[in-house]
Ligand binder design. Structure first.
Ligand code: SF4
Ligand code: SF4
Length: 391
């Protein structure tokens, strides 16, 4: 967004508070920090101060817009949203971040993540060999899409880079293989989809990453793509078409696994006698409307008692890892951690297991400080456990 567009759009906020605390508190950062600067109108007050030159952009003032998880809850509620042909206020917050990026006034961790995206194709500056490490003890042969031109490209994404989420590609590859799905991966040739770079306000870097991917997808004639991360799903569905990449179909892995179960192509008859709840990943549910497929998988597992937490479906909470918060943790002003709040919701629902379908959710919730006896698992992992017991 251009500076004048940001300056004009922030005036449309009437500071009604509906997007963060009316009826009940909906904005996760407002709950996290407990003070109004950490809310959409709080971010706009800051941007207004910058436009009027009362406030200076600095790594400290950047804390406010960069604390946002880009969960999208405010955009579902905002009464001024209809005035815009974009997600107001979420995309406006992205525009405000862009101003900080252009000024180079960023928290150190954000600068580091963006530099790493640009130089290494991932936020952790890991070598590309890391992208295939999960395969080592997976006991599944994973075809190389570039050589075999399979029907589906399985895009592994950050699940291969975060150690504790390796279980996701392992389980998903096993389920797909068992279900007879013809898939391959890009192995070490994968590059970040760019969703987080865009949400961090680096639209130029997003386009660079997207163009590398698009060149690969077009060269390999990719038509059907399955993503593990809802963040990759989101950008492939909503941003890549604007850059000329139209897939025949983009799937989140839960949609494919759910269909395989319904069609009887994979048998999940092993009992898991546990109470399980589901954490809706923001970029899967609220952004893209996929609510049922992961729930169908969980409910198909014998022995499972499924319970809903408060704050689900389009009013779902957040794990605390979206919008770049995987790499940036402004804990100085914090009252409570978002992941701890979510675990508390799961405890109140009586769950033994929090299931989710996103590597960021899995990593953030596993890192909560109040887990106690609750475990956190991927939906595919649960299905794989049940399938393994069936054999
Ligand atoms: S996107 Fe989510 S975290 Fe960010 S301001 Fe809106 S409700 Fe709060
Ligand atoms: S709901 Fe919209 S108009 Fe009201 S305070 Fe939030 S951003 Fe501003």
């Amino acid at each position: 967004m251009r500076t004048f567009e940001v300056e004009r759009a922030i005036q449309s906020c009437v500071k009604c508070t509906i997007c963060y605390k009316s009826l009940f508190e909906i904005c996760p950062i407002y709950e996290e920090f407990g003070i109004p600067p950490f809310s959409p109108p709080g971010i706009f007050y800051l941007a207004d101060g910058i436009a009027s030159r009362y406030v200076k952009m600095s790594p400290e003032t950047a804390t406010v817009p960069f604390a946002c998880n880009m969960c999208g809850a405010c955009s579902k509620r905002c009464i001024s949203g209809d005035l815009f042909n974009y997600d107001y206020p979420t995309e406006l917050i992205e525009g405000i971040r862009e101003q900080f990026v252009e000024a180079g006034e960023l928290p150190e961790k954000i600068t580091e993540a963006l530099t790493n995206f640009a130089t290494s194709g991932n936020a952790w500056r890991l070598p590309n060999s890391k992208r295939v490490e999960w395969e080592k003890d997976s006991r599944v042969t994973v075809p190389d899409y570039a050589k075999e031109q399979n029907e589906y490209l399985l895009f592994i994404g950050d699940a291969s880079l975060i150690e504790e989420t390796h279980i996701m590609p392992k389980a998903i590859a096993k389920l797909l293989r068992k279900g007879g799905v013809d898939f391959g991966t890009l192995k070490e040739g994968e590059v970040d989809s760019g969703n987080e770079a865009r949400e961090l306000g680096e639209s130029g870097l997003f386009e660079e990453l997207a163009r590398v991917n698009i060149e690969t997808f077009k060269r390999l004639q990719v038509k059907k793509i399955i993503t593990i991360s809802p963040h990759d799903y989101n950008t492939f569905c909503n941003d890549y078409p604007k850059l000329g990449m139209k897939f025949e179909k983009v799937y989140h892995y839960t949609e494919i696994i759910s269909d395989l179960i319904k069609e009887g192509k994979i048998e999940i008859s092993g009992e898991i006698p546990k109470t399980v709840t589901f954490e809706d990943p923001c970029h899967l549910g609220r952004y893209n409307g996929i609510y049922e497929a992961p729930r169908e998988i969980i409910k198909a597992i014998p022995g499972v008692k499924f319970v809903e937490m408060q704050r689900n479906f389009d009013e779902s909470f957040c794990c605390g890892g979206g919008g770049g918060r995987m790499w940036y943790d402004p804990d100085t002003y914090r009252k409570q951690r978002i992941s701890d709040i979510r675990v508390r919701h799961a405890k109140e629902a009586g769950a033994d297991i929090i299931a989710t379908a996103c590597p960021y959710c899995l990593s953030m919730l596993k890192g909560a400080g109040n887990l106690g006896d609750i475990s956190v698992k991927d939906v595919g992992e649960l299905a794989m456990e049940s399938m393994s017991m069936s054999q």
